[in-house]
Design a protein around this ligand. Sequence first.
Ligand SMILES: *Cc1c(COP(=O)(O)O)cnc(C)c1O
Length: 356
Amino acid sequence: MIDLSSDTQTRPSAAMREAIARAVVGDEQHDDDPTVTTLNERVADLLGKPAALFLPTGTMCNLIAVKTHTRPADVIFAESDAHVLRAEAGGAALASGVLTESVRGAAGLPPGCFGPDDLDAAIARACALPAPHGPAPRLLCVEQTHNFGGGSVWPVELLAAVGARAREHGLAVHMDGARLLNAVRATGRPALDFCRSVDSVWLDFTKGLGAPLGAVLAGDREFIAAARRYKHLFGGAMRQAGIAAAACLYALDHHVERLDEDHANAQRLAAGLAAVRGLRLVHGAPQTNIVFFEVDKGSFDAAGFAARCLERGLRFSAIAGRVRAVTHLDVGRTGIEEAIRIVTDVLDAAGSRLAD
Ligand SMILES: *Cc1c(COP(=O)(O)O)cnc(C)c1O
């Protein structure tokens, strides 16, 4: 099976499993697991924040960050296709009782990004009336890289401009940095440059980094202390979590620079797909490791096309009428070439059926 449905579809390597087996562990719930502590310190350093908190999932990072930054009935702002709005089961509403307002980027910006004026417009819409009538604007969430924007990268300068405007409005800024390190590798800019504009940020270790579980949320000490309480409250405080943190540390040492291979493979895949008649890339050439495309052939919708590919041993995901392919460390160049062949075959077979 060539699984391009997500970069979560990796298995821990033998060397990563060895690191897991060797992990020194303690009681993470009592803040006493040395491997978790090391991981938190490394991520805090990498992201330029005073403190960090190991969590089981990225979804819990967003859930806790929104909870920590807001009070019920506040408004949070995020790009209209942001993961926190579209793919987290409405958790922000349940856990934090917040209103959400979509921000739409002006034409010409990378998909999933927006500018200071777009943020102004969203705030003007959501909070047009003064208190006590209008709700209070509280938090801006940005996503780096933007998943449904095709792994697009927020440029450092745009992020700084949007962050500065958010602060003028009194908003805190939170970065869903599930794939921040993809942005780092794609731009050659250090993570610090992206994190300077935000108050809180997290990394997911189960995406391109290839660990079996874990994410780390970073921010200032007061923020992380409050987040730790919510971690406990939501049932995310663990025990000998060092076995998971060891895999994350292994990933930081061995799986960051190699993200370049995923990006090169995504480029190759996109070029291969663009050359197949009946397919159209949604966002053009990928900046990182995500490729969205549409199938023009009358015989398929996105889900039908993905199902036909799956029969031939190639898995994509179908999202909102589009097909998504995500490259990762468990699919090498040979797998990418094979994927292009399978796609071509599936469309050829459909074409000859249509001709019959
Ligand atoms: C995967 C993802 C999440 C959620 O992370 P999990 O670890 O799967 O809970 C959040 N935001 C973005 C942008 C993601 O891609």
